[in-house]
Design a protein around this ligand. Structure first.
Ligand code: BMA
Length: 328
């Protein structure tokens, strides 16, 4: 087994369960999935593709709760253990520090990233088409929205948890107005989280399971061997899109350089709650918790655009698997 280590904080209360049955790869599902039902709050049609982070010794998050009118909206939530959630019944009301920044016409697929002194939220923001919205909070009560990071059309904006070579970094996936039938992952750089440029190409579809399009998933995890990025990939079947997810190791200093890329997916739709729902056949990761001392990683992923599940892995086992099965 490799000596890879997660570079980061201890999270001794990470939601965790050892593998309960043998599986094909290095990742396994939580046996009590799904952890968040679709109707946890009175107005929700579905709760999925959501982001959880450690917060004041417990957990907080930003949740995609499509409502029963089918508006795509974000809610804040809190949890003692990362598994059982209390989600606010009210949507997040953004405070606009600049009155010219327009409120989202829709908001979905949030990611939350602690950088320096606050939690930043990125999401797919409705603003003359989908683009990457940016906001921040310190307490998950008051949320500030700032300028959109990029122009439409874009999705899957994911920040890095620290500057790299003096610059903030963000993944994105340029797209179109609809259910985009293409998509590669890029990195953009910024000195102030306002002006984004120095765009770099990271990677595009490769294996059959991701042959239509790919997009960054959770905030990347820093390890001694590089940035660990989970990404979703889409296959177009005769019955529509199938969303699975896999992993890559990116160079620490130049994360647009792919060191290892896992050929097989890690999780694909195969449990009933992943196969059946508002959009069948979707597993879509938006957050990962990591406990540096033990190497435990727990992923939050949306299932069939309806409910939320957890998947678990150990960083050393995962890294060995990615290396052994790498296409690069
Ligand atoms: C993508 C996004 C995701 C969703 C997926 C499957 O384009 O809208 O939020 O999970 O499609 O419907």
């Amino acid at each position: 087994m490799s000596t890879i280590k997660i570079v980061g904080q201890a999270l001794p209360n990470i939601p965790w369960e050892d593998r309960t049955k043998p599986g094909q790869g290095p990742m396994w599902r939580y046996s009590k999935n799904p952890i968040i039902p679709r109707d946890l709050i009175p107005t929700s049609n579905s709760i999925f593709n959501s982001a959880a982070v450690p917060f004041e010794g417990k957990f907080a998050g930003v949740f995609r709760c499509d409502d029963i009118c089918r508006n795509m909206v974000l809610h804040a939530g809190f949890s003692e253990n990362g598994v059982d959630w209390n989600i606010n019944h009210e949507t997040i009301k953004w405070i606009m520090d600049d009155e010219e920044v327009e409120a989202p016409t829709y908001a979905y697929d949030p990611r939350v990233c602690w950088i320096e002194d606050r939690y930043y939220v990125t999401w797919c923001n409705g603003w003359h088409g989908p683009t990457i919205g940016l906001g921040w909070t310190k307490d998950f009560k008051e949320f500030h929205m700032v300028e959109n990071t990029l122009l439409p059309y874009n999705r899957n904006g994911v920040l890095f948890p620290r500057k790299v070579n003096g610059r903030y970094l963000m993944f994105s996936r340029p797209s179109d107005t609809g259910h985009t039938a293409f998509g590669d992952i890029y990195i953009s750089q910024s000195e102030d989280l306002v002006y984004w440029g120095r765009h770099r190409y990271v990677m595009g579809p490769q294996q059959p399971w991701e042959s239509t399009k790919i997009g960054a998933g959770p905030v990347p995890i820093e390890t001694t061997e590089g940035w660990l990025l989970f990404h979703h990939g889409v296959l177009t079947s005769c019955n529509g899109y199938v969303y699975s997810f896999g992993a890559v190791i990116l160079d620490l200093e130049k994360p647009w350089q792919v060191r290892y890329r896992c050929k097989p997916y890690l999780i694909n739709p195969r449990e009933l709650y992943e196969l059946a729902g508002d959009v069948p056949n979707v597993t879509f990761p938006c957050a990962a918790l990591a406990d540096a001392p033990t190497g435990r990683i727990t992923i939050y992923y949306g299932c069939a655009d309806t409910v939320t599940g957890l998947a678990m892995t150990q960083v050393d086992e995962l890294y060995d698997y990615i290396k052994k099965n790498s296409s690069v």
